[in-house]
Design a protein around this ligand. Sequence first.
Ligand code: NAD
Length: 513
Amino acid sequence: MAAVATHADWVRRAGELVPEGRAFVDGAFVAAAGGATFPSVSPRDGRVLAEVAACTPADVDRAVAAARAAFEDGRWRRRPPAERKAVMLRWAELLRARADELALLESLEVGKPITDAVTVDVAGAAGCVQWYGEAIDKLYGEVGPVREGALAVVTREPLGVVGAIVPWNYPLIIAAWKVAPAIATGNSVVLKPAEQSSLSALLLARTAVEAGLPPGVLNVVPGLGPVAGEALARHPGVDALAFTGSGETGAHLLSCSAASNAKPVELELGGKSAHVVLADCPDLDAAAEAVAWGIFYNAGQTCNAGSRLVVERPIAAELVERVVAIARGIVPGDPLDPATRLGALVSAEHLATVDGWVRRAESDGAVVACGGAPVEVVPGGAYYPPTVLTGVTNDQPVARHEVFGPVLAVIEADDPAHALAIANDSPYGLAGAVWTADLATAHWMARELRVGTVWVNTFDATDVSLPFGGFGASGHGRDKSLHALHACTRPKTTWIEHGRPAVAAAGDPGRTP
Ligand code: NAD
């Protein structure tokens, strides 16, 4: 068995890394037209990791043309399902074989702990590719219940060229959520990673081609959102857009679609999830642990983070005391230290934004129970400690906007109905949780919470087999599960008029003897 890598091992490997930053088009790495680049800066220490291709509309044209050619000549979609499955399973295995390199890129680019990058991000991306690969030869069409003399079948057809635009908080996992179902169903994809996290997406695509995915089926155009992303969103040769990111960008993409070819746009947007803990909570220690990690995991940069703790008043002080004790024990550390559980925020700019939200909350009357100011871990890095704000009311900006940092807003409720009203009083509707010992209360709350995922007596339990997405300002798309296949395919009806009734007339040569 390979020796477990130490902090020193990861630091050494990080120093040896020479990441590829060029675009990936038609199965090869290419510089952006005109050679423009932008730096990928690590929030771990402010170091430049690589110069990344700053793709322009000309590069997007090239990538869309490659994707279109691959789709039209059928080099992938016409291959038998079992063959496509084998390629995707090989791709998943290669991702696992490359886990250290992918995890390092992920950890260095966005500051997440290396242990999480290996066990959650790379493992999750590989698992997703495998899951959709395994699904390929298990997808059936339908036969319509039509009259005799005809056969009507409904097949699911790929859309053509899918543009995928993804954020930086889970670069590999979210790229896999978009790309794997689209490719499994025979589409070609042009992926635009976030400017903060291009490197693992590029390696993801190269690994796919190494596994046998034909060139042109998966292309990656790194670059700035308003340039490369916008060109993709407005491209008339893109048949559909799959987006995960902020509500502002999502809304803008709808206008890009309207101004181009009215392509469908799947939106997975932000969240402000309520973590409701009722007075009859069956296990306050377990709830405290879940509340803490529900917001502090990935430094709070998670769309479904439980950023609002809605707690019934009689247990509020006791629960907050336990959450604060856990928070104080989560000390920000070097992302490359395998013992670190809270790494860096994605950038110095984002750190300033998060700190600004905390200062704003204070001026609105909130009390900083712990954390609340940047800390130095690795010089030049962007580190913020777990922060708990008490005395928040649900109308304050910190309770209504995504902070996207390790900041928990504690809101007290009078009773379960009040807690539910607070939870639902949000423009977002991505996820929510309730802790209660009462089965009827659990069912009632689960039904009434207007969110895409509800957890009862747990938080963030997840599986690739289950759909993930939101209501309201959290968007309408669904990643993961077989439901995700709907966004990358359309039903096609084929009516075959054969004219022969099921029970044939006497003398009909087709009659069953
Ligand atoms: P963002 O909207 O700023 O960027 C997302 C992507 O859009 C990036 O690739 C960016 O380059 C691109 N983009 C920006 N401007 C564009 C434009 N004019 N045209 C085309 N593309 C453009 O979001 P972010 O800061 O990268 O990510 C954080 C957001 O993502 C948060 O709101 C978070 O909640 C959300 N998110 C949602 C989910 C989900 O599944 N619902 C998952 C993860 C993150």
